[in-house]
Design a protein around this ligand. Structure first.
Ligand code: ISC
Ligand code: MG
Length: 466
């Protein structure tokens, strides 16, 4: 097991204290070490003792970027609704000002990285459900494990005040080595048993869908995504680690994420990228239109063909393509996308899928892209603002972070956000699951209801309730 030299961090620490004194304010010191292979789930698990409630986990579908954060060196948060993307960006830039970064590597997502996200709609009336999350919430972790294309890096972030006792750096060095030496293979984690599944007002939800369908035929609204909730009660505390391991093993084609805040844990396996930026390249995904997987290979192919030729689903998908293309054209000089959707097949469902690639300036703001894209008509509707207002009015659910941008940004302006669907909020012995569907003029409430039931499946299975 690799341990990290104490001397290095002590010397760097002294440098940081003197810089903080000079500037008369706290500064960030961040150092990166290359490590032997570390199991990402084990790293998340060892944080349980000291950093429970202050962890995050992220894996993209290609396994190129796996990030685990333990502890909070700095939190960026706001309940301010207007300009929240800009506000977070400014706070992040301010935090990075005059920082000391010891990072000899050029890889993305190592060194200072913030992880977090935004609520779906900051103007929606709040309920208790999401009381542990503010409308914009990002953590810069104390320890960040980054596994980038199979190479492992450990970043240590410390906020150093002018009065800092240099002894702190010795303590951190000891704690870090302690963390690394206590890594072991995943031990058995207790899984709680599902006692009760409560569907939240399904009949009323169908009536709401019906009402919206009627409005869509009259215009100007073209599409509205409506979501609903399933509340599950277990016999014991639900361990985020156990759910995470299951999602990791069961949903390989998806983004796997967990984001703890104040004792709750928002967790899921989303197939949908909102936007990724790497240097001057931008990637987004149009994902909308759904059909079940077949029981046999033949049936699966038939269902796929049905979806590819189904007018209702093609229209539902087309609105997303139209909007994402427009939003990216504002920021990119060049965008490329196929003229027909393909199929994305994941464990329980298949979707219509159109990937979009663009070129932007390498210093363009990822959060500005997020602002322009959120919510796409796969989560909100079309036209965007009118659809969000409609959802605010008619939807019973407090979406919180569901269907919203969740992801990371590094100090070199790279980053990626997924749309946090196929997700749930763990609260002690209970979990809320969320699922929505694109309602268009041709929608049938019963079919949309069944489609949302299908979208609960990945989380239900991971919780042992399937
Ligand atoms: C809103 C969700 O899915 C979206 C993404 C893919 C397909 C969708 C659909 O066909 O309705 C939804 O727009 C959800 O899973 O909660
Ligand atoms: Mg749909």
């Amino acid at each position: 097991m690799v341990t990290i030299q104490e001397l290095e961090i002590m010397e760097r620490g002294l440098l940081a204290v003197s810089r903080a004194k000079e500037l008369g304010r706290p500064i960030l010191i961040s150092e990166v070490h290359k490590m032997d292979t570390i199991n990402p789930l084990s790293f998340f698990n060892i944080g349980k003792e000291n950093y429970c409630g202050e962890r995050f986990f992220w894996k993209d579908p290609t396994d190129e970027t796996v990030l685990i954060g333990l502890g909070i060196a700095k939190q960026i948060q706001t309940d301010q609704a207007s300009d929240r993307f800009f506000h977070v960006e400014k706070e992040w830039e301010k935090f990075l000002e005059d920082c000391l970064i010891f990072n000899p590597y050029t890889e993305i997502a190592v060194g200072p990285v913030m992880f977090g996200g935004f609520s779906f709609d900051p103007h929606k009336e709040k309920t208790d459900l999401w009381s542990k999350y503010t409308d914009s919430l990002f953590h810069i972790p104390k320890y960040l494990l980054s596994i980038i294309r199979g190479q492992t890096y450990l970043t240590t972030n410390i906020v150093c005040t002018p009065q800092e006792d240099p002894f702190l750096f010795k303590t951190i060095s000891e704690e870090r080595n302690q963390l690394l030496t206590s890594l072991h293979d995943n031990e058995r984690i207790n899984t709680a048993t599902l006692l009760e599944t409560r569907e939240i007002k399904p009949e009323q939800w169908k009536k709401t869908v019906d009402g919206v369908v009627k409005e869509l035929t009259e215009g100007p609204l073209k599409k509205v995504v409506l979501a609903r909730e399933l509340r599950l009660v277990f016999d014991d505390q639900i361990e985020a680690e156990a759910v995470l391991i299951n999602l990791f093993n069961q949903q390989h084609e998806s983004f796997i994420f967990a984001f703890e805040s104040n004792g709750d844990c928002f967790i899921g396996a989303s197939p949908e990228r909102l936007v990724k930026k790497q240097a001057n390249e931008v990637y987004s995904t149009c994902l909308a239109g759904s059909i079940p997987r077949g029981k046999t290979e033949k049936e699966d192919q038939q269902l796929g063909q049905l979806l590819l030729n189904d007018q209702k689903n093609l229209i539902e998908h087309g609105f997303v393509v139209e909007m994402i293309k427009e939003a990216l054209e504002e920021s990119c000089e060049e965008i490329i996308l196929p003229d027909k959707p393909q199929l994305m097949k994941i464990r329980d469902i298949q979707h219509l899928y159109t990937p979009v690639i663009g070129k932007c300036h390498k210093d363009a703001s990822l959060l500005l892209l997020v602002e322009r894209l959120h919510p796409t008509p796969a989560l909100g509707g079309l036209p965007k603002d009118e659809a969000v207002v409609k959802i605010r009015q008619v939807e019973e659910l407090d979406r919180g972070f569901y269907a919203a941008p969740l992801g990371w940004v590094d100090y070199r302006k790279n980053g990626e956000f997924a749309v946090s669907i196929r997700s749930g909020l763990i609260q002690g012995k209970e979990v809320s699951l969320f699922a929505g569907c694109g309602v268009v003029a041709d929608s049938d409430p019963e079919s949309e209801y069944l489609e949302t039931s299908l979208k609960f499946k990945p989380m239900l299975r991971a919780l042992g309730g399937n």
